[in-house]
Design a protein around this ligand. Sequence first.
Ligand code: FAD
Ligand code: SF4
Length: 477
Amino acid sequence: MAQKMLKFVSLDREMPQKRAAPERAHDFGEIYREFAAAKAAEQASRCSQCGVPFCQTHCPLHNNIPDWLKLTAEGRLREAYELSQATNTFPEICGRICPQDRLCEGNCVIEQSGHGTVTIGAVEKYLTDTAWAEGWVTPIAPAVERPESVGIIGAGPAGMAAADRLRRMGLQVTVYDRYDRAGGLMTYGIPGFKLEKDIVMRRNAQLEAAGVKIVHDCNVGETVPFAELRDSHDAVLIATGVYKSRDIGGPGAGLSGIVQAIDYLTASNRKSFGDAVAAFDSGELDASGKRVVVIGGGDTAMDCVRTAVRQGATSVKCLYRRDRTNMPGSMREVANAEEEGVEFVWLTAPKGFTGEGTVTGVRAAKMRLGPPDSTGRQAPEPVPGSDYTEPCDLAIKALGFEPEELVRLWGVEGLEVTRWGTVKANFRTHETSLPGVYAAGDIVRGASLVVWAIRDGREAADAIAGRLNAAAQVAAE
Ligand SMILES: Cc1cc2nc3c(=O)[nH]c(=O)nc-3n(C[C@H](O)[C@H](O)[C@H](O)COP(=O)(O)OP(=O)(O)OC[C@H]3O[C@@H](n4cnc5c(N)ncnc54)[C@H](O)[C@@H]3O)c2cc1C
Ligand code: SF4
């Protein structure tokens, strides 16, 4: 494999179909793999090994990027993969969906010198996809079985990264999730065109094969009390993410055809699994043949506009109250959306909706950027007399997420939360105000990224193991 890769190292300027294809049906996959290998090696060899690895510093997992790029360039793919997975539980997932332009690639020295970044994420994805294909991803096989058990609430990246690490140490792990499939937002939030669902399901299956017990359709606080989990496990990790959608009020807010982004994206993802989804099948959550307006400027809004394009919307507009420069979403995603025909309506804020029974438009006001607020960002203010109506048949609200009120919902006393409702946890050990209870991912950070959830989950797992090790040592003395 490695030798083949070096042989075709300059193939990137040659389209794969130009190569001789005597046994076409059989050969195309092989040619594609060689082409992909050549691209990965070519990109990896662009790394200047600058000695100031800002890419590594700005990767939340501090992946040893320069070294695995070097190994890739030398064709030592298995070693490159081993190094990349040593710090990342799901490298093929991060390679696909990290906003690299804000993390590793945005800090690549070559990028900063104006020569275009090394495509680090694409190489990371390629390495792990190759590792799965070649059978280098070995089953999780703990060297010893330990009696202590850990209960994890939430099967998103934080919970699953912790489960992986704890199980490798031989601990008994049970993950409770209110959904019917594990993966959290990787399964039901992020669209399949960014993260193919079989990639996530493969990781879920790997964990289950290793003995991680996943209890589906279990809404902690409802199906089972939180206190019961504390009693039945030696430690508990809260990794429930943030799901309370921010809303828009104003006239017409109750009209049909106005939906929350998470409902819209979940329905679309469920359809891709072949599930029956009544609200999609009735047309309520289907953008096909509709004029769609998405309200919001973050990555969730980008996922909505791009999903609507794929569903066959007649037009897709994105309303955002600031301008392009001040948009929270990834610039790469904005560029992708624009390429796909999405129109961005900058400096525009919703004030309500028009329609009778069903929405026919978003009532909006044009904005301008005023003086900076306390955060240093220019605050948008309405331009007087600029109100107008943006026509639509489907309005999707993508204004971000807040934590659910866990303390009230779970009836748990002594669990401290911040004024934003996120769970207070030590930033290194992830322990909460309740002894033996840890928290990781979005429920601590607020809406964030998969890569940060993985980091938190790994760190929390190490802290939990440390606590259980200490307890076992005391018991043995
Ligand atoms: C639409 C969308 C697109 C995104 N795109 C990207 C992207 O491209 N790249 C990126 O890095 N990040 C992206 N993110 C952010 C990323 O998905 C999250 O930061 C990450 O998933 C957080 O991980 P988590 O494990 O903390 O929570 P989650 O992934 O939200 O998982 C939490 C899990 O807990 C379960 N749960 C909640 N409450 C309970 C309960 N009471 N009982 C049992 N189970 C419960 C939920 O069912 C869920 O499975 C996106 C987010 C959204 C909404
Ligand atoms: S995990 Fe994300 S930030 Fe880190 S190297 Fe991979 S793509 Fe870049």
